[in-house]
Design a protein around this ligand. Structure first.
Ligand code: GAR
Length: 210
């Protein structure tokens, strides 16, 4: 089973969805640690309650972004992960970090990328008047929310939606889509080559989220 470390900044519901998926005996990955950049991230308490190793590195406790990441690297070295999953980790990583884990680090974003990358994605979707929204799991590359796409899922946008009601609807499909993408990566059914997601062998549409 591939060793996975999950990065969070908040409630950690996607982290929990990954933990639950990994509990299935035939799932090809296990969560070996959770790293947060927020001391009060709700997900940290949830991971601890499950007996998962947790680490918190608050940015302001370090002089520089590099020093902050060096502390994270040291923790990662003790965990020897095969795969990193960013799950609501609201911090941009340096090129050094991204290159070190290129092809082995994935992120979930609550929009149908390439639409609405970055912050305030739900309000921007509502303001644009789109009738569908969703989530995307992608490889992490240097461009924010720009990496090759592994899996996506779609939900309707209702005329009555606020950013909060749309976020809640998208979150329900995030919890299904993130484990699908992790499974594909852990099984070696998807990899990143020349900046593209390359799928190997038969991959059914329900394995990539649709
Ligand atoms: C999720 O909706 C995730 O897609 C989003 O933050 C939320 C975290 O929720 N991530 C981003 O916006 C990254 N740009 P969670 O802590 O309950 O998983």
């Amino acid at each position: 089973r591939k060793r996975v470390v999950v990065f969070i900044s908040g409630g950690g519901s996607n982290m929990l969805a990954l933990v639950r998926a990994c509990a299935a005996p035939d799932f090809p990955a296990e969560i070996v640690g959770v790293i947060s950049d927020k001391a009060d991230a709700g997900g940290i308490a949830k991971a601890e309650a499950l007996g998962i190793a947790t680490f918190t590195f608050v940015r302001k406790d370090f002089d520089s972004k590099e020093a902050h990441e060096a502390a994270i690297f040291a923790a990662l070295d003790t965990l020897s992960p095969d795969i990193l999953c960013l799950a609501g980790y609201m911090r941009l990583l340096t090129a050094t970090f991204i290159n070190r884990y290129e092809g082995r680090m994935i992120n979930i974003h609550p929009s149908l990328l390439p639409l609405f990358a970055g912050l305030h994605t739900h309000q921007r979707a509502i303001d644009a008047g789109v009738r569908v929204a969703g989530c995307t799991v992608h490889f992490v590359t240097e461009g924010m929310d720009e990496g090759p796409i592994i899996a996506q899922a779609v939900v309707p946008v209702l005329p009555t939606d606020s950013a909060d009601t749309l976020a809640a609807r998208v979150l329900t499909v995030e919890h299904k889509t993130y484990p699908l993408a992790l499974k594909l990566l852990a099984e070696g059914k998807v990899s990143m080559r020349d900046g593209r997601a390359v799928f190997t062998g038969p991959v059914a549409s329900d394995e990539t989220g649709t």
